[in-house]
Design a protein around this ligand. Structure first.
Ligand SMILES: [Ca+2]
Length: 275
């Protein structure tokens, strides 16, 4: 009776030991999964996120918002990626450039747009974008701005004119912010750009470029015939990065088209100015 009891209690003792060992193992796994640095990283960044960061050039502001990262966390994470992605590096340099100035609430005018223009600060980024592809530089820069800057309205009742590096950093802006960024990038690589203002309605860019670009644009899916504007003896290729994936495409609400010809819709006062 006594012997049986002893045997029985040692069985309980072994069972308890197994349970305790199991619990310790469980606790350790939990610790590794949640607190070990590399696992922690995995819990924040899934492989698909890394693909997202490398596949799309991305905009820093977008990343900070999407991943709720601090600048230090971003720095650490981006270290390896930026070696592989020249554009990402240039975006980052641009955003952390102490010379990056910011826009302000003001009247829309030739002066306020000229003041916001900054070809110098976006030159490296423009060069990186152009170096990344084989197409015409105007097409590459247009696509870059279109894909990386979302259309976001100004504050209600105000005209906010953003600088090019601010627009890159925030990843958003309205039509004149798009135009200022795109025109700054074009000017930074020696292509003359003009601001084409449909007074109180919309802002476009007019580009002095070679007509050969038409053939390339027509071969891009989703892009058709291009619109060119006569201006002081020049032909300007019209561009709206806030709307279209390639230059020369303008929304029908602004123009009338007939038999390959086009004109501005009645009522628009169109003002072209150098920047
Ligand atoms: Ca604006």
């Amino acid at each position: 009776m006594l012997g049986l009891g002893r045997h029985h209690s040692s069985k309980i003792y072994i069972s308890l030991l197994v349970i305790v060992a199991f619990l310790i193992g469980l606790g350790f796994s939990f610790f590794v999964i949640n607190f070990y640095p590399s696992s922690q990283e995995n819990s924040h960044y899934k492989p698909s996120d890394v693909g997202y960061m490398t596949g799309n050039y991305n905009v820093l502001g977008d990343m900070l918002k999407k991943y709720h990262m601090t600048v230090e966390e971003y720095d650490e994470r981006i270290g390896e990626l930026e070696k592989e992605n020249e554009i990402l590096r240039e975006e980052r340099n641009l955003v952390f450039n102490p010379e990056c100035s910011f826009g302000k609430v003001t009247e829309f005018s030739k002066e306020s747009v000229r003041e916001a223009m900054d070809p110098e600060i976006v030159r490296k980024l423009a060069v990186s974008v152009i170096s990344s592809g084989s197409e015409n530089p105007v097409i590459l820069l247009h696509r870059y701005v279109h894909e990386n800057v979302k259309y976001v309205d100004d504050p209600k009742g105000e005209e906010y004119i953003a600088t090019p590096c601010e627009t890159i950093m925030t990843g958003g802006g309205d039509c004149e912010d798009h135009a200022i960024l795109f025109a700054s990038m074009l000017e930074s690589v020696g292509t003359d750009a003009k601001i084409v203002w449909l007074k109180d309605t919309h802002t476009l860019v007019g580009i002095e470029t070679d007509g050969d670009i038409n053939l390339e644009i027509e071969n891009i899916q989703g892009c058709g015939n291009t619109l060119w504007m006569d201006h002081e003896g020049m032909k300007l290729l019209l561009a709206d990065t806030s709307f279209a994936p390639c230059p020369g495409q303008i929304e029908n609400i602004y123009v009338e088209r007939e038999n390959g010809e086009w004109e501005w819709k009645k009522g628009y006062e169109v003002i072209v100015f150098d920047v």
